[in-house]
Design a protein around this ligand. Structure first.
Ligand SMILES: [Zn+2]
Length: 206
């Protein structure tokens, strides 16, 4: 869902037992869902089509990786910094993982809406690619299954780097970057077919 820098990840405690993680995820995901809907509605009002948020060269690079209807539907809100989901002071006081305050994140995916930090600078293609992988996961799984899976995965380990949907997004992002800039002595990797890869990982389309 989000992209962060490795320096912003807080090493954290022991994994939560699966049963407890399920209970917590079931309790938490409706709150996350409502919060996302509010952010989504607010962001949508200030968003622009993806084609206007990135350069034609970046769009050309992304085209082989995503279905054209996804690229046409996605809108982007460019902001200087992501708004805090939980007040940073509360995150510190409760000793929660720093990733929960979201201000260290570079991007967030709300289905077909991406919120990208760093404005007024143009977003890097790799970051947009990463968030678009989440858009595909979101579309394939459906909103509810995506959120439950993401929240469960996070609560289970309390480690951003163990969230399976994130691991897939970072792995595909790595392959995309290799396809863009191969070392001189190697042929470039083919760009990943993200829709195919997402279906292969999470199952059928809903
Ligand atoms: Zn992500």
């Amino acid at each position: 869902m989000a992209s962060i820098t490795s320096s912003s990840v807080t090493p954290y405690a022991q994994p939560v037992p699966a049963l407890w993680a399920s209970v917590i995820a079931w309790l938490v995901w409706p709150i996350v869902s409502i919060w996302l809907r509010i952010r989504q509605a607010r962001g949508a009002r200030h968003s622009i089509p993806l084609t206007e948020a990135i350069t034609p060269a970046q769009m050309l690079a992304l085209k082989p990786c995503f279905p054209s209807e996804v690229l046409a539907a996605v809108r982007v809100q460019l902001v200087p910094m992501l708004a805090a989901a939980i007040p940073p002071r509360l995150v510190r006081r409760l000793k929660l993982p720093r990733t929960l305050d979201l201000t260290t994140m570079r991007g967030m995916c709300y289905g077909d809406l991406l919120i990208i930090a760093g404005a007024p600078k143009a977003p890097p293609a790799a970051l947009v690619f990463h968030e678009l992988v989440h858009t595909c996961q979101y579309r394939v799984l459906g909103r509810e299954r995506f959120l439950r899976r993401y929240v469960f995965s996070y609560v289970r380990t309390l480690d951003y780097w163990q969230i399976d949907l994130e691991l897939q997004a970072y792995e595909l992002q790595r392959r995309f970057m290799l396809s863009q800039a191969a070392p001189d002595d190697q042929p470039p990797e083919p760009p990943p077919d993200v829709w195919y890869e997402v279906i292969a990982m999470v199952g059928r389309v809903r």
